[in-house]
Design a protein around this ligand. Structure first.
Ligand code: NOJ
Length: 534
């Protein structure tokens, strides 16, 4: 859940905790087990809250600590767990630690040791090394020292407003132990660990060997000194011990965009995180062989760890998959920036997205839905330049629009913006397309053929899959076909011709019209006609 864009309870055009609390019945009705809420802490919002200035409070934009407590109580009463975001690689540049570091000046001041303040090269004029930022450009910014002169540089693997913490510093480790306990004590059920692979850096901060103008391509990097450095696992183990010291189930899920399933599986070893997001699946193209390869390699890599797989199609960082699947090139790049936008056939994209929902929800493991995908929302690609807020837009010199197009507020009802996201007449923080009246929750609740109805049915049926294995069936190269025990068979047609459904069972759910044949870009769930599908 991207909190800023889910539901506005106080009428300022920005989503908040009161809005979320009011919409809990919707989430319960949809059938979700848990919500992951993007950062809610006080923040200058240089990166939508991923720049935290105070880890023990709620930003006034979103509400108060009392609202968070009420949310936790009400969500739990509705059977919904709450996972919050833990942004620990970096703080805001307004965090008291960083402010104190700037004020302390160079010369070995202890206040600077919690971050990476370093002298520059070439007499101070050049950054200390060649590291790059995920949002474009170099990962170092030079500070103006208290005496007014240009001085040291500090490291930020994201925006300059997000200085990286030095996790080798014991005070940093201890502070985050307490932050975890603060929220666990209040009743949060878990943490989504932001930018986990960034948290450890190679000793002495050696050059990475990046070519001039290199892009941030963490899925390709091997042995990189600022990403997926093995020391990160000590931090994760430390957190797991804290989580395990609490009663009940407490869950950690990492965001780890790393080089392949084997590196990813390290994040979910028995004494580390419980689960980790699967970016190979999120970025895979609409292609049977590619998707099957991702599913197989994911399950194979995770098998020795015993951790469940996760399946994600969209997020607040990626182009919405309705739009992606309607393009000539259907794969994605992390950050919504790697691939140049090309025209999208949204009708085709929506058909595929509906089919992809049934694929995703039939796979073994946890499925994460991004708010609005259950409504079939597309990326909003024509936001006026003046409303764009993603730091990528500025850091790319206004060449990459960034991630705002997937963050447009949810349309809940009504015929015109703000579609009940905010009070009538209030302009949401990002404008919604005027044509979204047919996509609102209210409109879709009244339509048994809607995307929302499909998701609700699939989530309900999916519960019967718990504990069943998965076995592929051979129905041709362009078809993904597998059984979940003898409970359900899933068929997804990624080819160009129809597939005969004879002998596969009784249709329980379909992503589009089926009549004995499964059309292209359509998926179906079938129940056995006789017990035992084999
Ligand atoms: C990953 C988050 O999902 C993204 O939104 C954010 O910009 C970066 N981490 C930096 O915190």
């Amino acid at each position: 859940m991207y909190l800023r864009s889910f539901a506005d309870g106080d009428g300022d055009g920005v989503g908040d905790l009161v809005g979320l609390r009011r919409r809990l019945p919707y989430l319960a009705d949809l059938g979700v087990d848990a919500v992951w809420v993007t950062p809610w802490n006080p923040s200058p919002m240089a990166d939508g809250g991923y720049d935290v200035a105070d880890y023990r409070d709620i930003d006034p934009l979103f509400g108060t600590l009392a609202d968070a407590d009420a949310l936790l109580a009400e969500a739990h009463a509705a059977g919904i767990r709450v996972i919050t975001d833990l942004v620990a690689n970096h703080t805001s540049d307004r965090h008291p630690w960083f402010v104190a570091g700037l004020a302390a000046g160079p010369g070995g001041s202890p206040e600077r040791e919690r971050y990476f303040f370093r002298d520059g090269r070439a007499g101070g004029a050049e950054p200390p090394n060649d590291w790059i930022s995920a949002f474009g450009g170099r990962a170092w910014t030079r500070v103006v020292e208290p005496d007014g002169r240009p001085g040291q540089w500090y490291l930020h693997l994201f925006a300059p407003e997000q200085p990286d913490l030095d996790w080798a510093h014991p005070g940093v480790r201890e502070e985050f132990d307490e932050i975890l306990r603060f929220w666990f004590d209040r009743g949060v059920d878990g943490f989504r660990v932001d930018a986990a692979p960034a948290m450890a850096k190679a000793a002495e901060l050696p050059d990475a060997g990046h070519a001039p103008g290199a892009a941030f391509e963490s899925r390709r990097w091997v042995g990189n000194p600022h990403w997926d450095v093995d020391g990160v696992h000590d931090i994760l183990r430390r957190w797991r011990r804290i989580g395990d010291s609490y009663d009940g189930d407490r869950l950690f899920v990492t965001e780890a965009v790393v080089n392949g399933p084997e590196r990813l599986s390290r994040y979910v070893r028995a004494d580390e995180m419980h689960t980790t997001f699967n970016f190979d699946y999120l970025t895979a193209p609409w292609d049977a062989a590619a998707l099957r390869q991702v599913v197989d390699s994911t399950l194979a890599a995770l098998a020795p760890t015993g951790a469940p797989a996760t399946w994600v199609l969209s997020s607040h960082d990626e182009t919405r998959h309705v739009t992606r699947f309607g393009r000539a090139c259907t794969g994605a790049g992390f950050g919504g920036a790697a691939l140049a936008p090309s025209p999208s056939d949204l009708g085709l994209g929506l058909r595929r997205a509906r089919a992809a929902a049934l694929l995703t929800l039939a796979l073994p493991g946890s499925a994460y839905l991004y708010q609005g995908e259950e409504l079939g929302l597309p990326e909003v690609e024509d936001l006026p330049e003046e409303v764009l807020q993603d730091p990528t837009w500025i850091r790319s010199g206004h060449t990459v629009r960034g991630r705002d197009g997937c963050r447009v507020p949810i349309p809940w009802g009504g015929q015109v913006p703000p579609f009940d996201f905010s009070a009538p007449g209030v302009q949401p923080w990002l404008p919604q397309p005027a044509g979204w009246a047919g996509s609102t929750v209210a409109a879709q609740q009244a339509d048994p053929g809607s995307v929302l109805a499909l998701y609700r049915s699939a989530i309900r049926l999916r519960r019967s899959l718990r504990g069943t294995g998965m076995a592929w069936r051979d129905v041709g190269d362009d078809v993904l076909a597998f059984d979940r025990g003898d409970v359900l068979r899933c068929l997804v047609n990624l080819g160009t011709g129809p597939v005969d459904l004879a002998g596969h069972g009784r249709v329980a759910l379909a992503s589009g019209p089926v009549d004995g044949w499964l059309p292209p870009d359509t998926a179906v769930w079938l129940r056995p006609i006789d017990p035992g599908l084999a």
